[in-house]
Design a protein around this ligand. Structure first.
Ligand code: PLP
Length: 439
């Protein structure tokens, strides 16, 4: 780009303008739809595992944009690949393909251990990857006896996204009920209960959808043996086993897929969050030739999906993870965090694997009685953590979640472990104070 092309244009900082955090938030509430509530902070910059807000305060990002920023913020390699691809070719539509799209599809087939004949469909998000998977399931429409398959089985506690198909797979009533009727035929069975799954999966079942670890439910892993049982039940009934690795995939748990090593071969896997290292992209990987032929020309599509920039971002992210020994670090730092957290009296239980951890809190010094009944301790801890310069989140009233960049160092992890007891104490104090004031 020559300076001539830029003449008459103002820098982005001037287009946006400068404001304080408080004034951005006031403008936010006047201009943005209220579906997310009030944002916790206005963030302006990131570097590695740190971000800064509009008032200059620094935070250690232990949430990574909800398991998205695999390589942290402003990773030099990912950034340079994105900008070089964008300045070469940015978007072409799916009437055309591009080398980065093909190269990423091949790479994903390799990383997921997909057998010969497997294929990839690219989308732009997790929910879109699951929409594609839902349509794939619908194409498993008849059983061996020539009867109809109409049922899709998902689990209680499941989160598969917010668009109508993915929402039908999602269990939470508060998310679903305002939008009914949803696409039909979906039943939810009790989490982790193999007998309940066996009772639900039959010759009318199109597919079973599973998360290996339910992230939004508070980082809850499937019990041992469940995946293998689900594989056998679906196989015997001719139903598809579709594994949602949107949150758990791409190295989050210390392996490329969370199901790696489980011994099962699924019919399809969905990916998104960490895949593009922060750039929006999702993918459906169909395992084997038969599954890969279920959606034929014209049966599904997307304008943006698999565009050159998104696929270049994902290629760069995967390359950096592979060449920088990131998966081994995820396992080591994850194990260190899990052990240290589990040893704190403030912690009742730590769940998850690698750098996806759910932490159930007790109370200050391990004393649950110091937390007012019915109070949301986890939300209060999230607020205290922000004040202290840590970003975490609370998927449940007693549960906090960590899903930091996969490049989190042991020293960075240790600062949070050291801070947590004081955060829980401050949160309980604050809750007790509020409870007194409202009496
Ligand atoms: C986040 C998430 C989704 C939805 O992804 P979006 O990109 O927000 O649409 C689907 N499944 C799981 C398991 C997720 O964690």
């Amino acid at each position: 780009m020559t300076s001539e092309n830029l003449q008459g244009h103002r820098p982005l900082s001037e287009l946006v303008g400068a404001s304080s955090g408080a004034s951005w938030l006031a403008r936010y509430s006047d201009s943005l739809m209220g579906v997310f509530g009030t944002p916790q902070r206005v963030l302006v910059r990131g570097q590695g595992c740190y971000v800064w807000d509009a008032d200059g305060k620094q935070y250690l990002d232990l949430l990574g944009g909800i398991a998205v920023n695999a390589l942290g913020h402003a990773h030099p390699f990912v950034t340079s690949v994105i900008s070089s691809q964008l300045s070469t070719l940015g978007h072409v539509s799916n009437f055309f393909t591009s080398p980065t799209q093909v190269a990423l599809a091949e790479k994903l087939l390799q990383l997921t251990g997909a057998p010969a004949g497997s294929k990839v469909f690219f989308a732009n998000s997790g929910t879109e990857a699951n929409e594609a998977a839902f349509k794939l399931a619908r194409r498993n429409a008849t059983n061996a006896a020539g009867g109809k398959r109409t049922k899709v089985v998902a689990l209680e506690g499941a989160f598969h996204g917010r668009t109508m198909g993915a929402l039908a797979l999602t269990a939470k009533k508060a998310y679903r009920e305002p939008f009914e009727p949803l696409p039909g035929g979906v039943v939810h069975v009790p989490f982790g209960d193999i007998d309940a799954l066996a009772a639900a999966v039959d010759e009318t079942t199109q597919a079973v959808f599973l998360e290996p670890i339910q992230g939004e439910a508070g980082v809850v892993p499937l019990p041992p043996g469940y995946l293998a049982a689900a594989r056998k039940l679906t196989h015997d009934a001719g139903a598809l086993l579709i594994v949602d690795e949107v949150q758990t995939g791409m190295g989050r748990t210390g392996t490329w897929l969370a199901i790696e090593g489980s011994g099962i071969v699924p019919d399809a896997v969905t990916l998104a969050k960490g895949l593009g290292g922060g750039f929006p992209i999702g993918a459906l990987v169909t395992f084997g030739a038969e599954n890969s032929a279920r959606l034929s020309a014209g049966q599904h599509g997307t304008t943006f999906g698999g565009n050159p920039v998104a696929t270049a971002a994902a290629l760069a992210t995967v390359h950096a993870i592979e060449t920088q020994g990131v998966l081994a670090k995820v396992r080591a730092v994850g194990e260190r965090l899990r052990t240290a957290l589990a040893a704190l009296p403030e912690v009742a239980e730590v769940r998850g694997r690698g750098l996806l951890l759910g932490i159930d809190l007790t109370g200050p010094g391990g004393d649950a009685a110091q937390v007012p009944a019915g109070a949301n301790l986890a939300a209060a801890v999230v607020n205290q953590a922000l004040e202290a310069g840590f970003i975490i989140n609370a998927p449940g009233p007693r549960t906090i979640r960590l899903a930091p960049p996969l490049i989190l160092t042991a020293a960075q992890a240790d600062t949070f472990v050291a801070a947590l007891p004081a955060l829980v104490a401050a949160a309980a104090d604050h809750l007790a104070q509020t409870a007194k004031e409202t009496k």
